[in-house]
Design a protein around this ligand. Sequence first.
Ligand code: SF4
Ligand code: SF4
Length: 296
Amino acid sequence: KRTHTRLPEWLKTPIPTNDNYKRIKNDLRGLNLHTVCEEARCPNISDCWGGSNKSAATATIMLMGDTCTRGCRFCSVKTSNKPPPLDPHEPENTAEALKRWGLGYVVLTSVDRDDLADGGARHFAETIMKIKQKAPQILVEALTGDYAGDIEMVKLVAQSELDVYAHNVETTEELTPMVRDRRAKFRQSLAVLKAAKEAKPTLITKTSIMLGLGETEDQLYRTLKELRAVDVDVVTFGQYMRPTKRHMKVEEYVTPDTFELWRQRALDMGFLYVASGPLVRSSYKAGEAFIENVLK
Ligand code: SF4
Ligand code: SF4
């Protein structure tokens, strides 16, 4: 008896080749940056890091450690109520490393730190400001948690000179309690996205949704409507992939045609741009998309 479902053809991508890893490792040598791209062995590395336009090259950096205070059922990050303290030198060191690396677009993300009074918002904002001081040409996207609904913390990050504020709703309202940590709420996430836009109306706001968790068409439509109602500019759709058997199972492998259908539907609903595909992650070619759709 089979113990796992076979992956459909469209998800069988080659693991990034050793050549890619060598190039990446070389680029990163001595910079002491933790890229999600590398650590999660993301299949999109060639697309994001490569390409002809170096000013669009995108990477995702993880701040505030590798241990999260939450435990979402789709996520393989380590969990603890008391992660190690923040590294006070991280904002400065990250900015210095990014300046030397010479990327076009960086996505900064972090674990959730419910153990800290400000959820790490000040640390996050300081990192953004330091990057903008040292390397003002780099476009910065912050992919944050919900700060347990503390809107002042959202505003603090939104007003720290970043270009894109991302916060992921991950799934529909109906599925949220089954998918995300119990402290995460769909309405709370909408409030985060709304507050970021209100704090700085020129900011691009962005969210990401995983497909294949059992969501219905109707639920997805309603989710997109809610997101547009709070002026979210960008949405991305990708296939949920189960990290291990202890995580929730995949209900459906959504076909590339269906991803394309949702891309069209979302554009028709007024999103500025949409990335949608089985292997798309929220940061997928984000630099290229921003340059093509916002700066032009
Ligand atoms: Fe890195 Fe995100 Fe691109 Fe993957 S999709 S390579 S994590 S920037
Ligand atoms: Fe993973 Fe983010 Fe959930 Fe933490 S809050 S468990 S990092 S998805």
